[in-house]
Write a protein that binds this ligand. Sequence first.
Ligand code: JEE
Length: 249
Amino acid sequence: MRIDVITIFPEYLAPLELSLIGRARRDGLVDVQVHDLRDWTHDRHRTVDDSPLGGGAGMVMKPEPWAEAFAAVRADGQRALGEDVEPLVVFPNPAGVPFAQATAQEWSQCEWLVFACGRYEGIDERVYEHLADLGYEIALASLGDYVLNGGEVAVLAITEAVVRLVPGVVGNAESLLEESHSEGMLEYPLYTRPATWDDPAGVSREVPPILLSGDHGKIAAWRHQQALERTRQRRPDLLGPVDAPGAET
Ligand code: JEE
């Protein structure tokens, strides 16, 4: 898989060199290329923003550097992947479609993703129109219903969620299988040694004895019940609609 990121803060993407993604890159499973949008400006100040036409607070990203950036990144990617390969272009956007595990599954099958990180109040609308006219596949994705200062944090999160699903990246295939089985529910509580832990406040804390019983059937049933209970408490939305009071069927 190839991933290009276009941003005015390339250093913000430094964590993509670490841990799981860093190793996947060194193993040749993903090729990540981070680009500075200002490389496609032509004025002394490397300007990427201007005030909003029609008025309003803040600044808007100018279209010209974006159009040049996409053309250059597309040409570079096609040299590496083949002239017939086209990217999915992802714009993190507070008004985008909520990114979810299903999105990560889908995008993990893509040969090529290009992330375009906006800043300020966002990007001139004509950039999206232009890319659509050129036949690019475009997605606007939101990380959630809160306001970030730009797309970079979303790209870190989305890239981590996507790349760990690329075959060979998460070493423990068992983990991914377990994930696909527990889908739609929160995880059961986890414990490790020591089985009795005297916490710093002097309280002796035991691991639930069933986990030491060796009865794998009972352990699985207990974990399922625990997962169900905490899902009911914390994320009832995952369990589907509840009966309306007094509803008759
Ligand atoms: C991309 C610029 C900053 C701040 C106006 C009006 C928006 C843009 N889950 C997510 N939250 N935020 C982002 C995100 C934020 C971005 C950019 C992604 C580019 N910004 C920005 C404020 C506003 N506000 C009222 O509604 C909220 C616009 C994001 C993702 N992915």
